[in-house]
Design a protein around this ligand. Structure first.
Ligand SMILES: [Zn+2]
Length: 146
């Protein structure tokens, strides 16, 4: 019977990643350690909230284009969303600020990451389910102690 969760809170994990940039030996090790918020965003997508606009005349962008500055409400990742002069979007011109969500991207010991595949995403969902069951077991155990 577990007595504590096997993973860290978002705040603790991000703090530790900023301080020592802990490398992971494998995707499975990363999966066990990362906070729920990262796994939920990897599975469901981010919850983007606009924080403001970076106006006209941005270097290398067409006249009239803007960047909508956004943050994910769940994991803290930052994204500047390209909005063209006529309101058109182009994902290839978006900018992502992974430094605001340290450890969000899986990187192995050599500092190399890779795009997650279908099987990795399945493992993420299975891990979220495992954590949910672990959380329920911990809550039941705490309730019996009272
Ligand atoms: Zn997110």
């Amino acid at each position: 019977m577990p007595t504590a969760t096997t993973y860290m809170t978002l705040i603790d994990f991000q703090e530790r990643q900023r301080e020592e940039k802990t490398p992971f030996k494998s995707f499975e090790e990363w999966l066990k350690a990362v906070p729920n918020e990262y796994l939920e965003c990897r599975d469901l997508g981010h919850i983007w909230q606009g924080d403001g606009w970076q106006g006209d005349n941005i270097e290398k962008l067409p006249h009239g284009a803007c960047m909508l500055l956004m943050d994910c409400d769940r994991c803290g990742l930052g994204r500047d969303r390209y909005i063209g002069p006529f309101g058109e979007i182009d994902g290839s011109l978006n900018r992502y600020h992974y430094d605001r969500a340290p450890g969000y991207l899986y990187q192995d010991e050599r500092g190399e990451g890779y795009a997650l595949g279908k099987k990795d995403r399945m493992k993420i969902r299975a891990e979220l389910r495992r954590r949910s069951q672990e959380q329920a077991a911990l809550a039941a155990r705490a309730a019996r102690k009272r």
